[in-house]
Design a protein around this ligand. Structure first.
Ligand code: PHE
Length: 382
């Protein structure tokens, strides 16, 4: 029913050429920021790449092993690759059209680079990185954007190379190697900082972990990882009684935001020279904000039904004001005592990154938004 809903929404209102991926997302799919020289996303991905390509990453050295980095996969992938092959349960939220963009019933815009693990392992790669743009429908704030970037890493050993006695022993060795790799990487990139491991739960790894670093006076989650699930190994054509491997996935945008001190995730997509001109390949420098334009708050309130899709509302806002919205916050939820109808009030913060917005201009955006909430989301304004 949800797929139906999103399809109807985009096919009739926003999408074009029968696709249910909004035009602003289609535009982002073309940008490939990791290939743009002197862009913070490419600078950071190159630093990570180089680390894996040239450093001795752990005590386990395998003659002839060389990490390769694949960044040319299409961001449209089939749901089998993206979900089934990596054991994502049928009812997992990431499969919902409220969270993931569906191109058609069995094709999505990948929400993670893990979608390519299996094909890489199948092609006999045992040490590789996958770099790519990934997409998730989400709320609007300074750290969330429907498009961002991930780097996936995988290393596979056969039991002989690591002197493993049995499956459990092999898993233990792989887990230790994974930890050594990622602690090495994080200190290479972030410097000498405090770290901690947190237990996690990913369908495709067992055990699963998260690494947090203490940076800019706060704990920050920087990646998810684990020992590759034996069923994933089998799905990729490997025998878990003979081979074992680890995998990790990290979000480049969050890393770059803290390393370069970039205050708003929208800036990565800016075409303004005052942003783009500040960075240089190979260097992590501090971003100098060139604008502190005033915020402009507008509220909107409407009645919602049971099938209300909040991410759909967020997307409408992004589409309506073309990235001029810094954040959207639900400031009140009210249920009418008699009718039991529920309404939500959202506070929208309009703030452009590159220029000043006038109040009249924002009023126009807000007026258009109100109209579209009624006509496209079919919600009743209060
Ligand atoms: N795919 C996971 C995510 O997007 C990250 C991950 C990759 C975790 C590989 C474990 C192993 O959150």
């Amino acid at each position: 029913r949800q797929v139906q809903f999103q399809k109807r929404f985009f096919a009739s209102k926003i999408g074009r050429a029968g696709k249910n991926i909004p035009p602003q997302i289609q535009e982002m799919m073309e940008r490939k920021l990791y290939n743009v020289t002197n862009h913070p996303i490419s600078i950071l991905s190159n630093i990570i790449r180089k680390y894996f390509e040239t450093e001795k990453i752990t005590d386990i050295e395998i003659p002839g092993e060389k990490f390769i980095c694949e960044s040319s996969f299409n961001s449209l992938v089939n749901t089998k690759k993206c979900f089934d092959d990596v054991l994502v349960p049928k009812d997992h939220v990431s499969r919902q059209p409220s969270d993931t963009y569906y191109f058609d019933d069995d094709t999505v815009l990948r929400p993670h680079t893990s979608a390519h693990q299996i094909e890489m392992i199948r092609s006999n790669h045992n040490a590789f990185l996958v770099l790519g743009d990934v997409y998730r429908r989400d709320t609007v704030d300074k750290t969330h954007y429907p498009a961002f970037h991930q780097m996936e890493g995988v290393r596979i050993f056969n039991y002989d190379q690591i002197n493993a006695k049995d499956y459990d022993h092999a898993k233990k060795i792989a887990e230790n190697d994974l930890k050594q790799t990622l602690l090495g990487l994080s200190s290479h990139v972030f410097g000498n900082i405090e770290t901690r491991w947190m237990p996690e739960n990913f369908p495709f790894t067992d055990p699963s972990l998260e690494l947090e670093v203490f940076y800019n006076e706060d704990w920050m989650e920087i990646l998810g990882c684990g020992v590759i699930h034996d069923q994933v190994m089998r799905n990729a054509g490997r025998d878990p009684e003979k081979e074992v491997g680890w995998a990790f996935g990290l979000g480049l945008d969050r890393w770059a935001m803290s390393l370069f001190q970039i205050p708003d995730i929208r800036l990565f997509w800016s075409k303004d020279e005052r942003f783009l001109g500040q960075f240089k390949e190979g260097e992590i420098t501090t971003f100098e904000p060139y604008s502190k334009f005033p915020a402009c708050f507008k509220d909107i309130t409407f009645w919602i039904g049971e099938d209300y899709d909040e991410n759909g509302f967020m997307e409408l806002i992004r589409d309506n004001s073309q990235d001029m919205v810094e954040s959207v916050e639900c400031i009140d939820t009210f249920t009418h005592p008699k009718t039991q109808k529920t309404s939500k009030c959202y506070r929208i913060n309009y703030r452009h990154m590159d220029r000043n917005l006038t109040n009249e201009e924002v009023d126009e955006w807000q007026f258009k938004l109100r109209e579209r909430v009624e006509s496209e989301l079919e919600l009743e304004l209060r």
